[in-house]
Design a protein around this ligand. Structure first.
Ligand code: E4P
Length: 187
């Protein structure tokens, strides 16, 4: 299983790389804001440093604006993965990105049916949020099991990227279920 580091902090990324634990990075606008740097500064630092996929999230909700941001973000490096929300507009943008050869991480997935839609739209990665499901008294890891089964049943190429991880046991369970990637905070 691949380990992605869920951070925009360059020191944390360097630390993970030094231990051989960084197969990629996922960011979101909150993580970027925490660094105190501009989005452009973070992109320049992280995209060049990481030898693997770097997810950068769009910050808008309409299809046209998502595609405009997606094309701009994709221009920052071959390893950029455009993070799109799992909404109707996000799925439409996902399908267009697929046709244009732009890698995508469809995020904020909370159900197997949403994961099926994302795979059909051509998502490179699907990000189910296990911790946030646990937060509302729903078994987050059951969602991973269901998505892995559905994708296996139909040979979808979309990779299961387990997100919103809260503790090491989430990672172990994800590995046992055959998820492709876990993204987690450095700590
Ligand atoms: C992943 O890409 C997300 O940024 C992240 O896992 C969200 O986790 P949270 O629920 O701890 O905010």
């Amino acid at each position: 299983m691949k380990f992605f580091i869920d951070t925009a902090d360059i020191d944390e990324i360097r630390e993970a790389i030094s231990m051989g634990m960084c197969d990629g990075v996922t960011t979101n606008p909150s993580l970027v804001a925490k660094t105190g740097k501009t989005f452009k500064q973070v992109i320049d630092e992280v995209v060049g440093l990481v030898d693997g996929p770097v997810s950068l999230e769009v910050t808008t909700t309409t299809y046209d604006e998502m595609m405009s941001q997606a094309r701009e973000l994709a221009g920052f490096g071959d390893n950029v993965v455009v993070k799109l929300p799992l909404t109707p507009a996000g799925l439409k943008a996902c399908q267009t990105c697929f046709k244009e050869g732009i890698a995508t991480n469809v995020t904020l997935c909370f159900s197997p049916s949403q994961a099926l839609l994302a795979a059909k739209a051509g998502a490179t990665y699907i990000s189910p949020f296990v911790g946030r499901l646990d937060d509302v008294s729903t078994e987050g890891m059951k969602l991973i099991e269901d998505i892995v089964t559905i994708y296996d049943n139909y040979d979808f190429e979309t990779q299961v990227l387990v997100a919103s991880i809260r503790h090491p046991q989430h990672v172990v369970e994800a590995a046992l279920m055959g998820a492709h990637v876990s993204t987690m905070p450095m700590k």
